[in-house]
Design a protein around this ligand. Structure first.
Ligand SMILES: [Zn+2]
Ligand SMILES: [Zn+2]
Length: 439
């Protein structure tokens, strides 16, 4: 019988109400372990009192055991005289301190602006071992772990103190509490902000390029900046983001990248900024957008900032490899351009499949491989005798400069091939990046 088991356990090991109740945590819904433990002790007290009233000394003995147990001790009122209360064998009365731990946690969350959190508890090895041993000794099958109880109870109390919800799947903040000597560690999970950028001037790389001479430390060649280019799209955007979120660092994820000398117009290129250890997880995105655009000084502009997630970063990068893009290219040719040349270009590249080996100019940092990319549409317009403007709508990942020059036969077919004489791209703009930015 249940009460016989409880009697055996308590006779050997003093337990607080929580720790006793937890051994039967899988039984009865909608009650706390503390209530379970109290109810079991109370039931035993009634029985012991009854036995003792009949004059059986066993009753008195049991009442004394119950009275010495940690927690509520309903039996203490029945037994006369002083009863020495024992510490809980399992938790060492740690569970009586839950409110104190929760207060500490709430205090360390004070400097964060967040929406939800999760508590993770680590219990010292010897405490967990004691519980394991007790369970095998008494063949306990319906127990819940101490760790579970502590996480849940601290979570409930922190929620009450902060007014924020516990979130299991994607918490803003994860708090680890080491017990029984409380050590609290707060971790703000990566914060993701999605948007699109336009780059209105040439000569700005997407991300910071470290100086090749000093590797970023700063030297004479780079005038102590450690960079090849004074500023990048990444730096213009992430500076204000870091300030608004009070994070410690950022990571910039672009949906593909353009050349340093290419501009990005139209709807802009999607990007996600990942902020590490953001203290403010609820920055005003409209205000942030305005700040970035102000500090961009007409060089870089962002739109449509919204909160995002890790999954979006992955799909952004995957889709960038294939998603459709539109370019405007200014092309210089070796011979004069005729109307027939223009018509030939438009016709031969309409829906054309391109075989492209990694361009020679990026071979030093990219593996040499063949890629098959489709040009959906090409529009050609004469600008001067030896100058044309091309609008190229194609699959992402196609190197457009090489599509024009042919890259010494590494890209086939090419604009140069189709014309029968040399052609070079002298200006390139990304005018549209068509990517789903939804989750
Ligand atoms: Zn206990
Ligand atoms: Zn340098």
């Amino acid at each position: 019988m249940l009460l016989d088991d409880v009697k055996k356990i308590l006779s050997k090991y003093p337990l607080c109400d929580n720790c006793l109740g937890r051994q039967f945590g899988g039984l009865a819904r909608g009650v706390t372990n503390k209530e379970r433990g109290y109810a079991l002790k109370l039931a035993l007290t009634l029985e012991a009192h009854m036995v003792s009233r009949r004059g059986d000394s066993k009753g008195e003995a049991l009442l004394k055991i119950l009275a010495s147990n940690g927690g509520h001790m309903p039996a203490a009122n029945v037994v006369g005289g002083e009863v020495k209360k024992k510490h809980c064998y399992l938790c060492g009365d740690m569970l009586a301190e839950i409110q104190g731990y929760a207060k500490e946690v709430a205090k360390s969350l004070g400097e964060y602006n967040f929406n939800n959190f999760l508590i993770g508890v680590k219990i010292a090895g010897e405490v967990a071992e004691r519980e394991d041993r007790l369970r095998s000794e008494f063949a306990i099958e319906y127990g819940e772990s101490l760790k579970m109880e502590c996480s849940r109870e601290i979570g409930k109390e922190v929620s009450r103190l902060t007014g924020k919800e516990v979130e299991f799947n994607r918490p803003d903040i994860v708090v680890t509490v080491d017990l029984p000597d409380p050590k609290i560690h707060v971790r703000s999970m990566p914060l993701y902000i999605l948007g699109r950028y336009r780059k209105m001037v040439r000569g700005i790389p997407q991300s910071r390029w470290d100086c090749v001479h000093c590797g970023g430390k700063g030297c004479e060649v780079c005038h102590g900046t450690g960079k090849i280019y004074p500023v990048s799209v990444e730096e213009i955007i992430t500076g204000p983001v870091l300030a608004a979120t009070s994070g410690i660092s950022t990571k910039f994820h672009g949906a593909g990248r353009e050349d340093v000398d290419a501009i990005v117009t139209g709807n802009g290129r999607p990007f996600v900024v990942e902020v590490k250890e953001a203290k403010n997880r609820n920055p005003d995105l409209k205000a942030l957008e305005a700040t970035i655009n102000e500090s961009g000084e007409g060089r870089v502009e962002v739109t449509k900032l919204m909160f995002s997630d890790k999954k979006t970063v992955r799909s952004l990068k995957e889709r960038a490899k294939i998603a459709e893009k539109t370019y405007r290219a200014l092309v210089e040719t070796d011979s004069k351009i005729t109307k027939r040349d223009l018509a030939r270009l438009e016709k031969s590249f309409n829906g054309c499949l391109i075989n492209q080996y990694t361009p020679k100019r990026v071979l030093h940092r990219r593996a040499d491989k063949l890629r098959l990319k489709r040009v959906y549409e090409m529009l050609a317009r004469k600008i001067g005798d030896k100058r044309i403007e091309l609008v190229v709508r194609c699959q992402g990942g196609l190197y457009v400069k090489e599509l024009i020059s042919g890259d010494e036969g590494r890209t086939k077919p090419s604009v140069s091939d189709a014309l029968g004489f040399g052609a070079r791209c002298i200006e390139l703009d990304v005018t549209s990046v068509n990517e789903a930015t939804e989750r």
